[in-house]
Design a protein around this ligand. Structure first.
Ligand SMILES: Nc1ncnc2c1ncn2[C@@H]1O[C@H](COP(=O)(O)OP(=O)(O)OP(=O)(O)O)[C@@H](O)[C@H]1O
Length: 273
């Protein structure tokens, strides 16, 4: 089974609506919480295979923007297009089945499941509700399908340096391995668009390097499109093609890492001298 980016396309097909050519297009996306405008008319086109760093001070709206793109929060105004199709009102589960996967600042692993079982969970939908763990004991053709999914799970566990703790309950893992598990869960179903919310927080230097290597490998091999929210500026700048700086919900600057590093407004608002 080829799990690499074989998600159903968004209805309308690639580029079908509005002439959208990028994987993701944000048009005037605004998210309000009562009187607070957390995201303010953000417009962004992200082409396939691009790695975008989303930076900005605390409270700038970075996580809220990821929430909107991943379907956890419906924008108050504006539109979100995926492969040219309007997905503004789509649910998080619909978007995840169509290749939009994410991590969270606080990991979402199930503590009572092993690492392997945790990494299986995002693949459950591919069994059409039959129950993946139950399939292991099922009919021969089901066992073959399930075998391919388990192979993929073990491949990702190894890629993320978690093989030694594969059968350990997640609750007993240190924070660094929990973050890597969160990352493994986000990539196991071969997303087209990967949204990472501060993936290096809690990681040691070696783990950060590992994450960076795995991410670069995925981007190079599979044209994975990534939006990365991160405060570790060296990590961001070394990894991304493009940096977008948000301040008070709005885009302050958008450019290459080198352009952003020397942008006086970004330096004043966030980077410092
Ligand atoms: N559920 C909510 N209800 C009300 N206000 C919220 C909610 N979530 C976020 N906010 C507000 O929206 C603004 C943007 O918050 P958000 O968490 O998106 O910022 P951020 O850039 O991700 O910050 P950080 O770098 O600290 O994670 C902040 O003013 C925050 O207090």
């Amino acid at each position: 089974m080829n799990l690499v980016q074989d998600h159903p396309a968004a209805p309308g097909g690639p580029g079908a609506a509005d002439g959208g050519e990028g994987v993701l297009r944000l048009a005037g996306v605004t998210v309000r919480f009562g009187g607070i405008t957390a995201v303010d008319q953000v417009a962004l086109d992200v082409p396939s295979g691009q790695v975008v760093g989303l930076i900005g001070p605390n409270g700038a709206g970075k996580t809220t923007l990821l929430d909107a793109v991943s379907g956890l929060r419906t924008p108050s105004r504006g539109r979100i297009l995926l492969d040219g199709a309007d997905v503004t009102a789509r649910s998080a589960s619909w978007l995840s089945r169509h290749g939009v996967r994410r991590t969270f600042q606080r990991h979402q692993a199930f503590g009572w499941l092993t690492v392997r079982q945790n990494v299986l969970v995002p693949l459950e939908w591919r069994t059409r509700g039959r129950g993946l763990l139950g399939d292991v004991l099922g009919l021969p053709h089901r066992r073959r399908e399930t075998g391919a999914l388990l192979e993929r799970v073990d491949e990702v566990i190894e890629l993320c340096g978690l093989s030694e703790v594969r059968d350990v309950n997640a609750a007993t893992l240190p924070i660094g391995q929990l973050r890597l598990l969160e990352f493994a869960r986000a990539i196991v179903d071969s997303p087209r668009l990967l949204l990472l919310d501060e993936p290096t927080s809690g990681l040691g230097r070696r783990e950060t390097e590992l994450l960076s290597e795995v991410l670069l490998g995925l981007v190079q091999r599979h044209e994975l499109t990534v939006i990365l929210v991160e405060h570790d500026i060296d990590f961001v700048m070394g990894l991304v093609d493009r940096v977008v700086c948000l301040v008070q919900g709005a885009v302050l600057a958008d450019g290459t890492p080198a352009e952003i590093r020397r942008n006086p407004e970004v330096i004043a608002a966030y980077l410092g001298s």
